[in-house]
Design a protein around this ligand. Structure first.
Ligand code: FDP
Length: 336
């Protein structure tokens, strides 16, 4: 990095004018706090095996996933951190069936935070990459505030993720491009390393759980078959990369281009079943991808136009380079 590095707090302050005056204090406060919490979570993850933090607590969460000790710890850590900002009027978390209302922050400027505190947690026990995903939506100035989060993804005023890999990366948007930071673990500060990230128009890599191919929509199957079929002129075959943690797969896609896909299970075509959660996985990643010049689709429509009607609603997603996502949609159209 040449010159004096820009810290996350300095960068956030420079983005303040991009957010409406009503919500700027709330957004600055919760995004800055998530940055500080990320440094704490990174430390905990790095030492989890030494502190008996790995493994399950027993029981499943609202999404039916087996809950790990670090899922609960991550949820409680993020909740406590957001509560103390005085700006988060409601917290919607993968690890809580109902939204958590914080009435003391429910004034006119309060925001709602949707979060998956430890995403990709099946990677935890094998020391693989995991992440934190968050989305900030305007509150409604009332209690309960959580219902204000029910609506389309275009309502989001900020979104971001943290990727706990060899380095801890923090990536966020407030609607003025996407900016990436790496944690300096000696000072606990995130420093700007990737200003204004732009995704390539087209990539060479796709990420998807191919073990589910039998249950995909015929358009999805035909599209992946197309990506695997050699054609030198159009740069095929694409390579397959899949880590099993959405944050890691989206981060690679954002920087290198290509696709990350989690299509619905269409075994019963009348009742397609998606896996990833709209409010705290699919919509925030859709916002980030669009802000970087990419696209995020359900296969048949724009992700950010999908209206949340339930806090833990699921949605299919195909996100990445704009030309690649458009081609995927074309395959869905042809097969419909
Ligand atoms: P996980 O179940 O490990 O929490 O949030 C769901 C998620 O991980 C995503 O991070 C990841 O992309 C996806 O599920 C992986 O699902 P599969 O194991 O079905 O491929």
């Amino acid at each position: 990095m040449a010159g004096t590095p820009v810290t996350l707090s300095e960068h956030l302050a420079s983005q303040r004018a991009a957010v409406s005056a009503d919500h700027a204090p709330g957004v600055m406060s919760v995004v800055g706090r998530i940055g500080r919490l990320a440094a704490v979570i990174a430390q905990e993850l790095a030492h989890a095996a030494l502190r008996d933090r790995l493994g399950y607590v027993g029981g499943v969460n609202v999404s039916g996933d087996e809950v790990k000790k670090l899922d609960i710890w991550g949820h409680e850590t993020v909740l406590a951190g957001l509560r103390s900002t005085g700006a988060c009027a409601a917290f919607i978390s993968e690890e809580a069936t109902e939204p958590i209302e914080i009435p003391e922050a429910g004034g006119a400027h309060g925001v709602v935070v949707c979060c998956d505190p430890v995403d990709g947690s099946s990677n935890l026990d094998v020391n693989g990459a995991v992440g934190t995903i968050f989305s900030v939506r305007p509150g409604n100035g009332r209690t309960p505030a959580a219902p204000a989060a029910l609506g389309p993804g275009t309502d989001q005023i900020a979104a971001g993720y943290v990727m706990y890999g060899p380095g801890t990366a923090f990536v966020y948007t407030v609607g003025t491009g996407v900016h990436g930071f790496i944690l300096n673990s000696e000072t606990g500060e995130f420093l700007l390393t990737h200003p204004d990230i732009r995704i390539p128009r087209r990539g060479k890599v796709y990420g998807i759980n191919e073990g589910n191919a039998h249950s995909w929509h015929p358009g999805q199957r035909a599209f992946v078959e197309h990506l695997r079929t050699p054609d030198k002129a159009s740069g095929r075959p694409y390579s397959l990369r899949y880590s099993g943690a959405m944050v890691a797969d989206v981060h690679r896609t954002l920087l290198d281009g290509g696709l990350f896909m989690y299509p619905a299970d269409c075994s019963d075509p009348a009742k397609p079943k998606a896996k990833l959660r709209l409010l705290y996985e699919v919509a925030p990643m859709g916002f980030i991808l669009e802000q970087a010049g990419g696209r995020a689709s359900t296969g048949t429509g724009r992700v950010l136009d999908v209206r949340a009607t339930d806090y833990h609603q699921r949605a299919p997603v195909i996100l990445g380079s704009p030309d690649d996502v458009s081609l995927a949609e074309e395959f869905y159209r042809r097969a419909s």
